[in-house]
Write a protein that binds this ligand. Sequence first.
Ligand SMILES: Nc1nc2c(ncn2[C@@H]2O[C@H](COP(=O)(O)OP(=O)(O)OP(=O)(O)O)[C@@H](O)[C@H]2O)c(=O)[nH]1
Ligand SMILES: [Mg+2]
Length: 254
Amino acid sequence: MNDGEQRSFGPLGKVLVIIPTYNEAENIQPIVKRVRASVPDAHVLIADDNSPDGTGKLADELAISDDHIHVMHRKGKEGLGAAYLAGFRYGLDEGYGVLVEMDADGSHQPEELPRLLTALKSADLVLGSRWIPGGRVVNWPTSRRLLSRGGSTYSRLMLSVPIRDVTGGYRAFRRETLEGIGMEEVASAGYCFQVDLAWRAVKAGFHVIEVPITFVERELGNSKMSRAIVGEALLRVTVWGVGSRADRILGRGK
Ligand SMILES: Nc1nc2c(ncn2[C@@H]2O[C@H](COP(=O)(O)OP(=O)(O)OP(=O)(O)O)[C@@H](O)[C@H]2O)c(=O)[nH]1
Ligand SMILES: [Mg+2]
């Protein structure tokens, strides 16, 4: 995608792994430990939305004994998109060169992060992908599989983005990519946040590549997936797709 082959890419710089959390008390310590073990130089930012189950306090305890762990306490549940945007802003302000998105529930395996980072050496954005050869999903019921594949296919066709897994949330961005996609205008809260970011990166001409991952369904804690999140995604992707087609037809070229 987008002539990455002809470009040369600069060094990656310091890595910040952003983990948004809402009620992940059972998961937060194991996931952070796995990140620290897999990529010891990387820093971790936990962006907690004042989880009632005390995730934020557990995160603080982790940060006390490890200067590579940082915690952002947000005032209340505002959705994963808002937590990531705040995390990105923190990371850019603090001078990180690479910003990684990772769920807290173990679905995104930290042991696969080195592969994403290696791929980022010759890309602007790397997407962990379940739906390319080598990608897998473990422990997902057929209904979830269909929803995810269907959502990705619908978004790909609607927005004409050449990406197989456009809703996935295991990603590594170069800072320049986030600086170049108009992050300030991103309003999506839930699932479509991921679609929004990938689409913006493709439209801005960045070199986006997919790397196969094994996605493991959460074992502990509760899902925050809801009909509202799916509904938001469906509605927004449809509005974006229709809008960009209309722009093309009317010659407003986006
Ligand atoms: N800060 C913050 N984090 C959130 C919010 N909603 C979800 N998250 C986190 O975002 C990540 C993804 O959420 P999940 O509930 O795992 O969503 P999902 O992967 O679609 O659903 P499951 O398949 O059930 O795991 C997890 O680390 C959540 O704790 C939110 O409103 N605020
Ligand atoms: Mg999950």
